[in-house]
Design a protein around this ligand. Structure first.
Ligand code: ASP
Ligand code: MG
Length: 281
């Protein structure tokens, strides 16, 4: 069993989602079981946050931003759908978008944006990307079980930076894996508290979700797919001679991420370190 995580740039368009699907298919030829964790489409979490700020300020243009986000998702679905019948996902997406609009309208009316409401709003990004990719995989002939991360990852109620309750979460992961599915697909970053209210793990938290899943599942490996070639000696935008490191210890990775390396989200290392699961970028 492996856990693969694909970030926002890897699911930013229909074309990129198609590449993810190809990678997952080729992995499935070797690995018996996979858990795939995805971020929201690149830039979407920022757009959701900007949109909610507009609503909070009483600026009606928030509504147009919701239309734009919905269009971006429907465009991806239409481009991916071809002969697959994926368009059947559109009513579900419409329903989720209607819920988002209701939430934003509430923020607009009361001019208040609590972290609790904000978590609910940003969860839309990972929900949509994971639903689209999972349906696409199913329609292209690969059986894929979509998992609502909020039913698996249990946290406390520190909205926007919730702490994971590992005991409950690990038990939920074990329960999930008792099913027969070979391929699970879920959104990263989002979770829920003991009342089932949506929480999030903090910005960039999808890597962390993947590490939690890897550790709870006792995975053989955690692979984080990103748009840079592994961990480099320095930021390649600043240091032209930066090169990829073959390997490093968990402690080195932890240190690099704490000191600002963007490639891994800092909390990601702990669960895999404790379970001694190799992490490949
Ligand atoms: N979508 C979330 C963010 O942009 C989580 C993630 O991508 O890791 O922060
Ligand atoms: Mg990231």
């Amino acid at each position: 069993m492996k856990v693969l995580k694909f970030g926002g740039s890897s699911v930013a368009s229909a074309e990129r989602m198609n590449s993810v699907s190809e990678i997952v298919k080729s992995k499935l030829r070797k690995d018996k079981r996979l858990i795939v964790v995805v971020s929201a489409m690149g830039g979407l979490t920022d757009q959701l946050l900007d949109c909610s700020t507009l609503a909070q300020q009483g600026n009606k243009s928030y509504s147009k931003k919701i239309d734009e986000m919905f269009e971006r998702h429907t465009e991806a679905v239409l481009q991916l759908s071809g002969e697959t019948g994926l368009q059947r996902l559109l009513p579900t997406m419409q329903e989720k978008t209607d819920n988002l609009r209701d939430l934003m309208h509430g923020v607009f009316l009361v001019h208040e944006l609590s972290p609790r409401v904000q978590d609910c709003i940003v969860s839309y990004g990972e929900l949509m990307s994971s639903l689209i990719l999972s349906d696409f995989m199913n329609h292209s002939g690969v059986e894929c079980k979509w998992v609502d991360s909020r039913n698996v990852l249990r946290t406390n109620s520190d909205f926007s930076a919730a702490k994971v309750d590992f005991k409950t979460t690990n038990a939920n992961i074990k329960k999930l894996l008792r099913g027969k599915a070979k391929l699970f697909l879920m959104g990263g970053f989002i979770a829920s508290n003991e009342d089932g209210v949506t929480t999030t793990l903090g910005r960039g938290g999808s890597d962390y979700t993947a590490a939690i899943m890897a550790s709870g599942a006792g995975a053989d490996e955690l692979e984080i797919w990103t748009d840079v070639n592994g961990v480099l000696t320095a930021d390649p935008r600043k240091v032209s001679k930066a090169f990829t490191l073959d390997s490093m210890t968990y402690e080195e990775a932890l240190e690099m991420s704490h000191f600002g390396a963007k490639v891994i989200h800092p909390p990601t290392i702990q669960p895999v370190l404790e379970s001694n699961i190799p992490l490949r970028i």
